[in-house]
Design a protein. Structure first.
Length: 260
């Protein structure tokens, strides 16, 4: 392709389009409000959208906003299909700290999402590899995901795709890294209780989503946010693979953006 002025402009635009779009908001609440607009817009356009949902402390305020919007009749989940990223292994789904319990408490019980349209990996299955195949098949049947919500672990994990020399493509069982187990221990009464394994969707499910919304709040995320935005693509920071996606927005509060 000859490099005339028009083509250079085109290339520049392609480069801009491929970057992680960064939005910085003053507070975690404003991050949640900004993020909730993505859901309002998507569900207004496509009521039966497939939503990829996340757990952890980061999305809690967003889920509260979505519940408020539902109560004000601004948003309707009746046809939405929801897939969670991950679940702990070897704890019952009714456990107070399971991601299944989290989703019901934070969102599902309070909005009109039909229970037949909510999917979370079953970490308490005896045959976990069969469960991974079942979850992959469900994602194939309903996917691709229209809007994938992500948080980020302090070590750069997304879902439970932990830093490693290789990353998994599809849904898989993960041995959690010590730092992740340590971070998660705040939710459990004793160290023995903290799950050491989880089921997570793979990087392919995340990267084939049509749109990605990555949220980061708090000063403890400032280092990884800086690393993510400045890093090349490396499996040591699984989130860095998100640079490959052409429609990703990172919304940070000022604390998470404080080292930029
Ligand atoms: C867990 C989840 C991730 C989440 C991460 C960050 O490990 N599997 O999906 O993004 O924690 O959690 P938090 O939002 O509590 O910092």
């Amino acid at each position: 392709m000859p490099l005339n002025h028009g083509n250079i402009l085109h290339l520049q635009k392609a480069k801009v389009d491929a970057m992680i779009k960064l939005e910085i908001e003053k507070s975690p609440l404003l991050v949640a409000k900004k993020a909730s607009l993505f859901y309002q817009e998507l569900l207004a356009q496509k009521p039966n959208a497939v939503l990829g949902l996340a757990t952890g402390s980061t999305p809690i305020l967003l889920y509260k906003e979505l519940v408020k919007l539902y109560e004000k009749k601004v948003i309707d989940f009746s046809q939405a299909i929801c897939f969670n990223l991950d679940e702990y292994c070897h704890i019952p789904k009714e456990h107070p700290q399971s991601y299944n319990t989290f989703m019901h408490e934070q969102l599902y019980h309070a909005v009109n999402i039909s229970s037949k349209n909510t999917f979370i990996p079953k970490g308490d299955e005896v045959d976990l590899s069969k469960e991974c195949k079942r979850y992959n098949a469900l994602l194939q049947e309903h996917g691709p995901i229209d809007l994938q919500l992500l948080g980020i672990g302090r070590n750069g994990h997304v879902g439970f795709n932990e830093p490693n020399t290789e990353l998994e493509i599809g849904t898989h069982v993960v041995k959690l890294k010590d730092e992740t187990i340590n971070d998660n221990s705040r939710f459990f009464d004793t160290d023995e209780e903290v799950p050491k394994y989880a089921i997570s969707v793979g990087m392919k499910t995340i990267l084939t989503s049509k749109k990605i919304l990555l949220l980061a709040v708090g000063k403890e995320k400032a280092t990884i946010v800086k690393e993510l935005l400045e890093s090349r693509i490396t499996t040591n920071i699984p989130a860095s693979l998100l640079h490959l996606h052409s429609d990703i927005t990172l919304i940070c509060d000022e604390a998470a953006a404080s080292l930029l």
